[in-house]
Ligand binder design. Structure first.
Ligand SMILES: [Zn+2]
Length: 176
């Protein structure tokens, strides 16, 4: 992390390309959970920040499932949306058959891409934290903010989210 390079980030259907350094990146993916988030914070060469928020899901539904919504795409159009290479898991409610070929009308939860341009570290941190108090921040946000604070002094005030306890403990034990 930290080196400037050409980056490609999606925002909905748009593809953004720009020169930037990655100063924070984390995922909430744990075990075999079929839905997770990915966060990346870029520092652009002009000093602004760009946050990439990606929501992933591998869940597939029968077309009649009550969980199906307008954002999902049928398997017959999966390739056009770049969703055909994702290993799918069946919704536990409607249990579509996925083992022997996928029916064309099977509905797929899709990857959601958002990119947020922020003028300052403060606005980037606010965008990451939302309205939540520090103790309620998801681990992925705490991790990203801690990484940003190590790479960029403009984020230093957000370092304590992830590291306050270990540092306090270290300081105590090192006291002569
Ligand atoms: Zn379902």
């Amino acid at each position: 992390m930290g080196e400037v390079g050409l980056r490609t980030v999606r925002d909905g259907q748009r593809v953004l390309r720009f020169q930037a350094a990655v100063i924070g990146a984390a995922t909430s993916q744990r075990g075999s959970s079929p839905r997770w988030s990915e966060l990346v914070v870029y520092r652009m060469v002009d000093g602004h920040y760009l946050i990439s928020k990606i929501g992933r899901s591998t869940v597939a539904h029968q077309p009649t499932c009550l969980r199906v919504n307008h954002r999902m795409v049928p398997w017959s159009k999966a390739a056009a949306f770049g969703e055909d290479s994702v290993q799918r898991v069946p919704c536990p409610d409607c249990r579509p058959e996925l083992g022997h070929g996928i029916a064309p009308d099977t509905m797929l939860e899709v990857t959601r891409y958002r990119a947020i341009l922020c003028q300052t570290a403060e606005s980037a941190a606010e965008s990451l934290m939302g309205d939540r108090a520090a103790l309620l921040m998801p681990q992925i946000v705490q991790t990203v903010l801690a990484q940003c604070s190590e790479s960029d002094p403009n984020f230093s005030r957000y370092a304590e989210a992830d590291t306050a306890l270990p540092r306090a403990w270290e300081n105590t034990t090192r006291t002569p």
